[in-house]
Design a protein around this ligand. Structure first.
Ligand SMILES: NC(=O)c1ccc[n+]([C@@H]2O[C@H](COP(=O)([O-])OP(=O)(O)OC[C@H]3O[C@@H](n4cnc5c(N)ncnc54)[C@H](O)[C@@H]3O)[C@@H](O)[C@H]2O)c1
Length: 388
């Protein structure tokens, strides 16, 4: 800390997103010094023009002696090694989404932060977004009736990443929003994805999330290869529907008083329509315009100063990585994957049973411990860590 008691922080990775942290941190209470770290000199040069007094370093190692906390905004595959180094030096760490590319990496971070007694937080920015809080309140208060499903679309002619596919790049946002709105994690995930313009990384993907309550599901569509920019989450209930459009300048949440009911038809009378439709008003509730990144970064600083556990702590980050890893595995296995299969010995050694699926709950398979040959066909799959 500085003499006045403020934190000294480093932003590692001063690219598209890291530069936004730098801007926000310069006006965050409790932060006295923002140090810039990037291996790319051009990036550092262009950013320091706006912050001429800021110290700058080409790597984390050289910055560590001058800071109390580190923001990691580098490509996802660098998150774990950089964060472990910062934690080993006793620094508090905020890591951009996804916390880690694998559940094994996320668990390593959680254990390291706990034994070093430092704050570990993941940058799930949407969980600090007042529009997402409004959607959560609508769903949890049952203002929409019984929730049927959530549907999330994050599409654009987007920036292809150099180290991960579109699932690891974009779906962390949708999974964290859905986990936050529902207050629970799915039990299983099914994914479908394809590679079009890139030879190695999927650029279009669909995920289906299944829950303990089998009437509820969530769908996610992410794409780097779409002509239209879309950032939309739809919640459909038995009484009303709500749409969160993150691109709208106002009316980011709209509540549509619309619903569909099954018509009671006597004696299977095929001359009567099977459903009845109700149309009503469209309301747009007030949503505060506070910048989510500002709320998030201030929360991290408050947690460090107050010895608090962040809302998006390591466990929250791991919950999202579990869904992403299950989705990746589902692509390989071409079937729904239970979250509790992850890290099981059968999967780790690359061998699982292709068990029959329940027709009504496709994620529920007749349960035999993985690795026990119960007369089912065995399939070879690569170990989770070798999938990319
Ligand atoms: N929370 C959000 O809404 C949000 C939005 C966009 C990106 N992100 C996340 O932010 C991270 C960065 O994404 P981006 O779009 O800014 O990428 P980017 O490519 O624009 O920037 C990454 C920067 O990291 C630097 N870098 C790479 N390895 C480094 C290392 N070992 N040491 C120092 N610098 C290094 C690169 O030179 C580059 O300047 C990713 O994890 C991404 O998922 C989060």
């Amino acid at each position: 800390m500085t003499d006045s008691g403020g934190l000294r922080v480093a932003v590692v990775g001063c690219g598209y997103w890291g530069s936004k942290h730098v801007r926000v941190l310069h006006s965050t209470d409790g932060v006295d010094d923002v140090v810039l770290v990037d291996g790319n000199t051009d990036r550092l040069n262009s950013l320091t023009r706006g912050y001429p007094g800021a110290a700058r370093f080409p790597n984390l190692e050289e910055a560590l002696p001058y800071v109390d906390a580190v923001f990691i905004a580098t490509p996802p595959t660098t998150h774990v090694p950089l964060a472990l180094r910062a934690i080993a030096a006793g620094k508090h760490v905020l890591i951009e989404k996804p916390l880690a590319p694998t559940t094994a990496g996320a668990r390593q971070l959680i254990e390291a932060a706990a034994s070093a007694a430092v704050v570990l937080m993941v940058g799930h920015t949407f969980e600090y977004n007042p529009a997402v809080w409004k959607l959560r309140d609508l769903v949890r208060s049952q203002a929409l009736g019984e929730l049927y499903y959530l549907d999330s679309a994050r599409l654009n002619l987007g920036l292809y990443q150099s180290d991960v596919n579109v699932i690891l790049d974009l779906a962390p946002h949708d999974v964290s929003i859905i986990n936050h709105v529902l207050g629970e994690s799915p039990v299983a995930v099914q994914a479908w994805a394809s590679r079009h313009a890139h030879p190695r990384f999927e650029d279009v993907a669909y995920l289906r999330l299944f829950y303990d309550d089998h009437r509820l599901s969530a769908n996610i569509h992410v794409s780097w290869l779409d002509p239209c920019k879309v950032r939309r989450v739809t919640a459909v209930g038995s009484e009303k529907m709500a749409v969160y459009n993150d691109l709208a300048s106002d009316e980011r949440i709209r509540i549509l008083d619309k619903s569909v009911r099954r018509q009671v038809v006597e004696n299977d009378d095929l001359t009567q329509p099977p459903m009845s439709y109700r149309y009503g008003d469209i309301l747009s509730p007030y949503v505060a315009s506070d910048e989510p990144l500002g709320i998030q970064d201030r929360h991290f600083v408050d947690c460090i100063r107050g010895g608090l556990r962040p809302i998006t702590d390591g466990a929250n980050g791991l919950a999202v990585v579990e869904v992403l890893e299950a989705a990746q595995l589902s692509l390989e296995l071409d079937r729904p994957v239970l979250l509790n299969e992850l890290g099981s010995p059968g999967i780790a050694t690359g061998e699982v049973l292709n068990q029959p699926m329940s027709p009504t709950r496709p994620w529920l398979r007749e349960h035999h411990p993985i690795g026990v040959d119960a007369g089912h066909r065995r399939v070879r799959v690569p170990a989770v860590g070798a999938m990319r």
